[in-house]
Design a protein around this ligand. Structure first.
Ligand code: FAD
Ligand code: SF4
Length: 510
């Protein structure tokens, strides 16, 4: 039977059982599509990374003897749309069965189900063989529970997969070393530069420009540094083990104006495109840890494993549990517009300037920049979550809806009413000052609330609490903050609100 097998751009798993043997009657298809480049405005580096990785994957499977076809974005024969590509291939190659791997995005899942229901030939969906969990495992784990705590899920995953365990006891006699993962970085140890590949990408960039794909952000044509093949992805894992793991946990939450990546692994794109799996990353890193235990403490490795085995799988489970309604949630009724500086990087707030310019230059910001600087600002200024989502989904190299949406709309913007976060991640300037060196070099004064140079976060924070106090009044974790709000005199609160509203109305002048 002649089969057509579809491979989406984030399904580049060459270890999948599909590729264990070759078959003359099986044809693989990969396609760069306007449908995917245009549903949100992506960062130029993200488009380049996906196209290059897809092309490398196609070359790889072809070299292994698998019959395959590829549509480049500029092929005149390219229908640019999933349904048309599938029907074109079925007709041209007289295909008798259509097969695909389950997409991770709700949008594509619905589309593929619809396409299959209209086909006159049989079709079948296969697992991607990438994640530790399937789509429903988290829902089953939390069945009947009100609180969907990540920590509980993470412990279950540790036990189930026997990762960092000594029998039924967690290694180091502690499940979580989060408390020791909050150091400020003061240059005590040197940060190795990121793993660089220095790839020349001018040709593919020209192709993208000629196709008139609208993108955001910047790119250096002769030093593209994201991994775009399985080999390069494994090199990044190796580099992480040898150079960064030793301090990963310690400085996980730190920010520094001279260090864009600190000790972060930069592995999210390699994993999200499925060039490497979370299981192999964890296995390689833990094996390195065991060989170097005299040099690396348990809190570094536990911190890393928690991100991948815990957060990554948890976020995926929440996505499939809550979609499609999740994408429309806005419990705080935020309606403001994102300021222009999200696209230009032009702001006097040093923390925002660094986090946004880095996002535009590198298609990357680490977790705390995304959560406690940019996300904190958009929540305090009460931006509509649709706008925040679209920006995050476009700008980051690793942004695919299943992982971007729950992190942004849920964890960062609290638009889901606390499904993920038990309280909103908001702070005044003091948190940013505690975890970074941004404030020391800022135009604004982190200690001031009202002067011309007062840190905008300070009044925005109290204004947000005041505006949303009705919503949060039953939330025990917000009790202390709301008590502090109550102690502010009416005169002071009035001044706070005047200043905060002036900031919100003129965000682009700050
Ligand atoms: P490291 O710090 O080295 O962490 C190792 C790995 O752990 C990451 O590669 C990632 O796969 C995983 N991980 C860590 N935290 C999370 C998390 N919260 N959710 C899922 N996986 C996690 N991650 C994405 O992959 N895509 C996104 O679109 C995305 N959007 C985010 C939006 C917001 C508002 C926030 C707060 C976080 C977001 N994250 C997203 C999670 C996290 O910021 C990135 O995974 C991380 O910064 C990627 O860099 P790294 O590979 O150097 O990570
Ligand atoms: Fe950011 Fe305020 Fe610090 Fe400036 S003073 S870097 S605006 S927190």
């Amino acid at each position: 039977m002649r089969k057509l097998r579809l491979i989406l751009g984030d399904q580049l798993n060459s270890e999948h059982s599909w590729f264990q043997k070759t078959d003359e009657n099986t044809l693989y298809v990969l396609a760069e599509m306007r449908q995917e480049t245009d549903y949100v405005k992506h960062h130029i580096q993200k488009v380049v990374a996906f196209f290059l990785s897809m092309r490398n994957f196609y070359t790889h499977i072809k070299s292994k003897g698998h019959k395959s076809i590829y549509f480049e974005i500029s092929d005149i024969e390219n229908p640019q749309n999933l349904e048309k590509i599938i029907s074109k291939c079925i007709e041209k190659y007289r295909i008798q069965k259509f097969e695909y791997q389950l997409p991770d995005e709700f949008r594509l899942d619905e589309e593929l189900k619809k396409i299959c229901s209209n086909l006159t030939i049989p079709s079948e969906a296969f697992d991607t063989e990438h994640f530790f969990t399937n789509r429903t495992e988290l829902s089953e784990f939390f069945e009947g529970k009100k609180l969907l705590l990540m920590e509980n899920f993470y412990r279950y995953m540790r036990k189930k997969h026997h990762i960092l365990m000594d029998g039924s006891t967690p290694l180091g006699n502690q499940w979580n070393f989060d408390a020791s993962n909050r150091k400020k970085y003061k240059g005590e140890v040197a940060v190795p530069s990121e793993k660089k590949f220095q790839k020349e990408v001018s040709e593919i960039v020209q192709q993208i420009r000629e196709a008139e794909i609208s993108t955001i952000g910047n790119i250096e044509l002769n030093s593209f540094s994201w991994p775009t093949s399985r080999e390069q992805s494994l090199e990044v894992v190796d580099y992480f083990c040898k150079n960064l793991l030793k301090h990963f946990g310690d400085y996980e939450d730190a920010m520094h104006t001279d260090e864009k990546f600190l000790f972060h692994s930069r592995l999210s794109f390699a994993m999200n495109s499925k060039m490497i799996s979370p299981k192999e990353v964890i296995e390689i890193v833990i094996s390195y840890y065991h060989k170097n235990e005299s040099n690396i403490t348990i809190s570094q490795i536990e911190g890393f494993v928690r991100q991948i085995l815990g957060w990554r799988e948890y976020i995926r489970g929440i996505y499939w549990k809550e979609m499609p309604n999740y994408a429309r949630m806005n419990v705080l009724n935020n309606t403001n517009k994102l300021p222009d500086f999200f696209w230009t990087g032009k702001t006097k707030m040093n923390c925002m300037s660094h986090a946004i310019n880095q996002s535009l230059d590198d298609a990357y910001a680490h977790h705390i920049q995304r959560l406690m600087v940019i996300g904190n600002f958009t929540l305090l200024t009460q931006i509509h979550p649709d706008q925040v989502d679209a920006w995050y989904l476009g700008v980051y190299i690793d942004a695919i809806e299943w992982v971007e949406l729950p992190n942004t709309r849920g964890m960062s913007q609290y638009a889901d009413g606390g499904i993920i976060a038990t309280k909103p991640y908001v702070s005044s300037g003091s948190y940013i000052n505690k975890m970074s060196n941004n404030c020391a070099k800022c135009y604004y004064n982190v200690k001031d609330k009202f002067g011309e140079k007062a840190c905008p976060f300070n009044t925005l924070y109290w204004n947000f609490l005041d505006e949303k106090k009705e919503y949060f009044k039953g939330n025990q974790r917000m009790g202390m903050m709301l008590n502090m709000l109550n102690k502010i005199s009416p005169e002071e609160l009035y001044k706070i609100k005047i200043k905060a509203n002036e900031i919100i109305e003129n965000m682009d002048s700050y």
